[in-house]
Design a protein around this ligand. Structure first.
Ligand SMILES: N[C@@H](CCC(=O)N[C@@H](CS)C(=O)NCC(=O)O)C(=O)O
Length: 207
């Protein structure tokens, strides 16, 4: 399998973490998002990551994760219980729709010297506060979220929340690690995993 994308992409790193955690063989192909027709044949929205398999290309991180799970190699990152599995999927949806996507509206301001106005910043902060509140409501009863056994929710959480927190500090002067409940402890715990350390080492090596 070939994973297309680049080392600072949060979504790319989610899939990479799953492949590493499962001990699956894969090759990385350095690819940046593109609207070129040649890339759109692989990734119809022009985004990364995309996974090249013998049967064709797959896109959308949550879908790729489910595909890797269905291949059955390595440890499962889903609980056995149907309700808890649904909870993991619910957490992933909340993270993407209510946190990553609003936070992304300020990535230009935070990371790419494209200043945003105060009105946009206020709107994004409000959406994020709402998303974080909702996320917290669905997380405590999930045994498969930042608990002893790693789940897809943890993978999605780590790479959504670390980038969100960096953006929040720079663009919103918001110290998320000290203000968002449980954020620091969850991130510190996940950061100890070998897979995460390899991903950060690869980021540094490529920088
Ligand atoms: N929903 C997509 C989001 C992927 C995504 O937004 N990737 C970013 C890089 S981190 C990208 O390709 N951005 C370029 C674009 O949106 O055109 C997924 O789950 O994979």
């Amino acid at each position: 399998m070939k994973l297309h994308g680049f080392a600072i992409s949060n979504y790319y790193n989610m899939v990479k973490m799953v492949l590493l955690e499962k001990g699956m063989a894969f090759e990385e192909v350095l690819t940046t998002p593109s609207q070129e027709s040649s890339y759109l044949t692989k990734s119809p929205m022009g985004k990364v990551p995309c996974l090249e398999t013998e049967q064709g290309y797959l896109t959308e991180t949550a879908v790729i994760m489910e595909y890797l799970e269905d291949l059955g190699e390595g440890p499962s990152l889903f609980p056995d219980d149907a309700f808890q599995r649904a909870r993991v999927r619910e957490i992933i949806h909340y993270l993407e729709i209510y946190i990553e996507l609003p936070a992304r509206e300020l990535y230009g301001d935070a990371f790419f010297s494209r200043p945003a106005d105060e009105e946009l910043k206020a709107r994004v902060r409000k959406k994020l506060e709402r998303g974080l509140q909702a996320l917290e409501q669905i997380t405590p009863d999930s045994a498969y979220f930042s608990a002893e056994q790693l789940s897809y929710a943890d993978v999605f959480y780590y790479f959504t929340m670390t980038v969100f927190a960096r953006m929040a500090k720079i663009s919103l002067n918001w110290d998320a690690y000290n203000e968002v409940p449980k954020l620091r402890e969850r991130i510190e715990r996940l950061a100890q995993r070998e897979s995460v350390q390899k991903i950060h080492a690869d980021q540094k090596a490529g920088a």
